[in-house]
Structures are given as structure tokens and as C-alpha cells.
Design a protein around this ligand. Structure first.
Ligand code: ATP
Ligand code: MG
Length: 175
């Protein structure tokens, strides 16, 4: 069995991204290089500030997105698609240059579900990351093809979430 394994954290409960970042923290604790790319997000989540302080952590900024996808007009959506495709391509170069022992592709499943990226793009990223270390893909609605390739699948179930009681997202907890 290959030493480099693919992890998928999916499901509708809270804890996918934070679990991935926890794994990054663990790998960094061993002094190994870690690459973190967040798709669909604006780069303001707290963990990026903390993990970015580690010398061996590389935060990839190219896949960022401002605003909500469901509010985009068709031309804005096409622009976001183009930007994500270009980001995925340049991320491949970063992976080769950095040779990370852990690559986190946070919310990649959401980029797939919203068709900002194709499965082909996703596999190109995971296959390249797996040349050098483990790869973690997070996000709701992981596609079946990705699950088939994964070595670890953790499906987090939302049993309770205060959002359903009208609770707003809180700094330090949700981002
Ligand atoms: P976290 O980043 O806290 O680990 P996550 O990655 O599992 O959460 P996502 O599906 O990426 O969750 O959603 C991002 C945001 O939505 C998080 O702030 C999270 O708290 C919130 N969230 C997660 N699950 C639910 C839910 N079932 N209902 C409403 N909001 C949720
Ligand atoms: Mg998440």
C-alpha cells in the first residue's frame, strides 16, 4: 500500500475544516511542510492567521473568492470559474515546489458541487499532492468518485447546530 493516503471529511455537521486544520497542526508539530488551500472562502478565517505563523506552513491564496456564489450573475460566475481553474493550475506548481507532507484542499468538494472545478481538476490536485504526502479534501457532498479513491472517509453528521435556532455565525467558532 502506498504510504501517502487520501482523506475526505464530508457530511453536513460542523468540524470538517477544523479537523483538517488540526491535522495540519499535528504535522507542523513534527516540523514537516504543510500546504493549505481554501477554496470558495475569502481568507479571513482565524486558523489561517495561526497556522501561517509556522515556518513550514504555506497558505495558498490563489483560490480565494469574495461574496456568495448563489448571488453571482452568470458573467460573475464564469469569471469565478475561470479564476478557480487558473488557481488549481498554479496550485499544482506550488505542490511540486513545496513537496508538502500534508496538503489540505479545504472546501474542494464545494467547488466541485458548484461546478467551479471539475472532477478532473480535483484528481489532478489530489494525485499531485499524493506524490509527496497525504492529502485532505473537505466539504459537504463529496462526490462518489472521490469517495471511491479515498483511504479515510469521515462523514460528520449534524445532530444539532444552533444555526437552526437562529444563532448567527460567531468569530473564533465559525470562522
Ligand atoms: P468548521 O469550519 O467549523 O470545521 P465545517 O467545515 O464542518 O465547519 P462547512 O460545511 O464548511 O463546515 O460550513 C462552514 C460554516 O458553516 C462553519 O462556520 C460551520 O459552523 C457552519 N456549519 C457547519 N455545519 C452547519 C449546519 N449543519 N448548519 C448550519 N451551519 C453549519
Ligand atoms: Mg468547512
Amino acid at each position: 500500500m502506498n504510504d501517502h493516503l487520501l482523506h475526505v471529511y464530508t457530511g453536513d455537521g460542523k468540524g470538517k475544516t477544523t479537523a483538517a486544520m488540526g491535522l495540519a497542526l499535528r504535522m507542523l508539530g513534527h516540523g514537516k511542510p504543510v500546504l493549505i488551500a481554501q477554496f470558495m472562502k475569502d481568507g479571513t478565517s482565524g486558523e489561517l492567521n495561526s497556522l501561517g505563523r509556522f515556518e513550514n506552513a504555506h497558505i495558498y491564496e490563489g483560490a480565494r473568492m469574495q461574496g456568495f456564489i448563489w448571488r453571482m450573475t452568470p458573467p460573475q460566475l464564469e469569471q469565478a470559474r475561470q479564476a478557480h481553474r487558473e488557481a488549481a493550475d498554479s496550485l499544482l506548481n506550488v505542490i511540486h515546489a513545496l513537496r508538502p507532507e500534508l496538503t489540505i484542499l479545504d472546501e474542494l468538494c464545494v467547488a466541485l458541487a458548484t461546478r467551479l472545478l471539475t472532477l478532473e481538476d480535483a484528481f489532478r490536485l489530489t494525485d499531485t499532492a499524493l506524490l509527496y504526502g497525504d492529502a485532505v479534501v473537505t466539504g459537504r457532498n463529496a462526490p462518489e468518485a472521490l469517495l471511491e479513491r479515498a483511504d479515510y472517509i469521515s462523514r460528520i453528521e449534524a445532530v444539532k447546530h444552533p444555526f437552526d435556532q437562529g444563532q448567527k455565525a460567531r468569530e473564533g467558532i465559525e470562522w
